[in-house]
Design a protein around this ligand. Structure first.
Ligand code: HEC
Ligand code: HEC
Ligand code: HEC
Ligand code: HEC
Ligand code: HEC
Length: 285
């Protein structure tokens, strides 16, 4: 019996997580991509097949393995989405005729990533970093901070001394991290509250959506590397997050009330049961 129960539990968990992923991708696609990228998890393609074989030099051979650990892999972004080319035709795979662009140059990387991350590209190009990259190749590009193949979900942890003190003092980076810290913390708290509500069986689609949008919009802001702007926008984001919080608080209160009310009902029924039982006995006697 316990065995069957755990299988059932696992199945429910599986359906819950897969639908959540699909929702996430839908929202992302609608809001941020100019054209949808083909669905279906890419496990194999001629790129991957050939690039894991012996004809590739050893220092390149690990790239497909790296990529399989990335957040992009889990979101069906594959080799050809960044490098172009034809993943179905081994002979023409790396032909410019099929859109192959090879390895993007240091200063061209932002445009490759910005095909999909449109808002970020815009903020980045207007920033001190983007301008320095275009003027003299001295600014960091996307890969400097995120890597290229094993790209993970982003957070302010990316801002650290070893990464941010290569070109200027860490002090400037640290001020930025401080400015982002409180809002990030609030976002995490709300996210945890929503998880709690979902585990209680509450439908939180609308709140999930607002939080997702607000979070994405907020995280795009970092790429301006403009501390003044981040500080100024903090109030605006605090307000937006406040609204989501209010709704969540209300739902928690309702849940509490419902729980208390059902406990109350249970007591009433139990009481009634006892009364009926006693009455029945008196009647018999
Ligand atoms: C039949 C084998 C084969 C296939 C298929 C293949 N590649 Fe390659 N690729 C190579 C070889 C060989 C190199 C040269 C690297 C080396 O010297 O080991 C290379 C180099 C590259 C490079 C870096 C060099 C450059 O031109 O800038 C990229 C990027 C690349 N391939 C991407 C892809 C993508 C994307 C696909 C699928 C659309 C693909 N490859 C399909 C064999 C292949
Ligand atoms: C998210 C975009 C992205 C994806 C997906 C991606 N690459 Fe790359 N790749 C890059 C960028 C950017 C560079 C250049 C910067 C660097 O070397 O890290 C690069 C560099 C390379 C190079 C040259 C490495 C070197 O040191 O010169 C090869 C080979 C390559 N990629 C193959 C692949 C293969 C094979 C896949 C699929 C398994 C793949 N890439 C998936 C963005 C991507
Ligand atoms: C100087 C380092 C740095 C550079 C350069 C950089 N990023 Fe980021 N990126 C970050 C940090 C830090 C965060 C997390 C910000 C946060 O959590 O508030 C982030 C967040 C992100 C996110 C997640 C936010 C979201 O809206 O989903 C994406 C996607 C992203 N960056 C893509 C890019 C692209 C594309 C480029 C190049 C055009 C780029 N980044 C350049 C440091 C950088
Ligand atoms: C073909 C479209 C496409 C290209 C090109 C692309 N990405 Fe992405 N990227 C996505 C999708 C889809 C996701 C998953 C949705 C999400 O998490 O935002 C993602 C997620 C990310 C994340 C994690 C965002 C998060 O939620 O924390 C980062 C960081 C990122 N990409 C950076 C890059 C960088 C850097 C490049 C270029 C080297 C790049 N991307 C190229 C489509 C793309
Ligand atoms: C590859 C070199 C390089 C790296 C790595 C780098 N920066 Fe920068 N940064 C620059 C350049 C170049 C400028 C613009 C010129 C200047 O103001 O010194 C700049 C400017 C800045 C500014 C001031 C922008 C303004 O408009 O006043 C901040 C804040 C900043 N960087 C934060 C960071 C953070 C945070 C990191 C690490 C995640 C980082 N940088 C990593 C090169 C770099």
């Amino acid at each position: 019996m316990r065995y069957i129960l755990s299988i059932l539990l696992l199945l429910t968990l599986l359906t819950v997580t897969t639908t959540a992923d699909a929702g996430y991708r839908d929202i992302f696609g609608k809001e941020f991509l100019t054209k949808p990228w083909a669905g279906g998890l890419v496990e194999e393609s001629v790129c991957i097949e050939c690039h894991t074989s012996d004809i590739i030099k050893p220092e390149f051979r690990d790239i497909p393995q790296e990529w399989k650990k990335s957040w992009h892999y889990h979101n069906d972004v594959s080799c050809e989405n960044c490098h172009g080319g034809d993943p179905e035709d081994a002979e023409m795979a790396m032909s410019p005729e099929r859109g192959f662009i090879g390895t993007p140059k240091y200063s061209e990387v932002p445009e490759v990533c910005g095909k999909c991350h449109i808002g970020i590209l815009k903020n980045y190009l207007e920033s001190g970093h983007g301008k320095a990259l275009k003027a003299s190749k001295t600014g960091p590009n996307c890969v400097t901070c995120h890597g290229s193949h094993n790209i993970q979900k982003a957070s302010i942890k990316i801002i650290n001394e070893s990464r941010c003190s290569k070109c200027h003092s860490y002090e400037r980076a640290k001020i930025m991290k401080q400015a982002l810290f409180l809002t990030e913390k609030k976002i995490r708290e709300i996210d945890n509250d929503l998880k709690k509500l979902r585990s209680e069986g509450v439908f939180t689609d609308e709140e999930d959506r607002s939080l997702f949008r607000t979070h994405v919009e907020y995280r795009t802001l970092f790429h301006t590397v403009n501390v003044g702007l981040v500080k100024k926008s903090t109030d605006k984001f605090a307000k937006k997050l406040g609204l989501i919080e209010e709704k969540i608080d209300k739902t928690f209160k309702e849940l509490e009330f419902r729980k208390n009310f059902s406990a109350f009902l249970m007591m009433v029924f139990a009481g009634l049961g006892i009364v009926i039982f006693l009455l029945a006995r008196t009647y018999k006697d």
